[in-house]
Design a protein around this ligand. Structure first.
Ligand SMILES: [Zn+2]
Length: 188
């Protein structure tokens, strides 16, 4: 994926980069190295000649305002195009990324109680975690309310009461572990 990303960017930039380099770098270099008196490429102090030419080229007379504006427009165009490409890439990645099928597995009986849960992304470990794990009321099949300590549940409809302390085998940590195990073994 990373290689694909890089190659797209390079393919896009190279023609523009090449024309910019040839116009604004290679031409002055060639001119700087060319000795008009001897009508050949200078061999004596070409480095000094190059810098003196570049100095004149950039600061004295060769670069007019419109060239600078043209360069700015080019740079803005390149930046905007790269930004657009990146957005398209992200869009296609989102569209192509298939959601894992277990995300549809959000309720079930693991031991005796029926539970429901959701998934959230753990940004640090970059994995899914089970959240909002709550049992259903046995009588009404309604999601129960959990107390502040997370060990008792009450039905909002019939006040049916479940306690993890009385039924430790239904502890949500164990239930979450069982759900994780089923997902790992593809048994949901
Ligand atoms: Zn109930």
């Amino acid at each position: 994926m990373a290689t694909m990303k890089e190659s797209t960017k390079n393919n896009f930039l190279s023609p523009l980069a090449i024309s910019l380099i040839s116009v604004f770098v290679l031409t002055p270099i060639a001119n700087a190295l060319y000795d008009p008196k001897q009508k050949s490429i200078a061999i004596i102090t070409p480095v000094l000649r190059f810098f003196s030419y570049m100095w004149q080229y950039i600061f004295n007379y060769k670069v007019s305002v419109w060239i600078i504006l043209l360069i700015l427009v080019f740079i803005i165009f390149i930046l905007k195009s790269v930004e657009k490409l990146k957005l398209k890439e992200i869009e296609s990645q989102v569209l192509n990324t298939k959601k894992p099928s277990f995300l549809r597995y959000t309720e079930g009986v693991l031991k005796e109680w029926k539970w429901s849960w959701k998934y959230d992304i753990d940004p640090i470990r970059n994995t899914f975690e089970i959240v909002d794990l709550k049992p259903y009321c046995t009588k009404c099949d309604i999601k129960m309310l959990v107390d502040a300590f997370g060990d008792t549940y009450t039905c909002p409809n019939c006040n049916h009461f479940k306690s993890v302390l009385q039924t430790p085998s239904e502890h949500p940590i164990k239930i979450a572990a069982l759900i994780g195990n089923k997902i790992e073994k593809n048994e949901y």
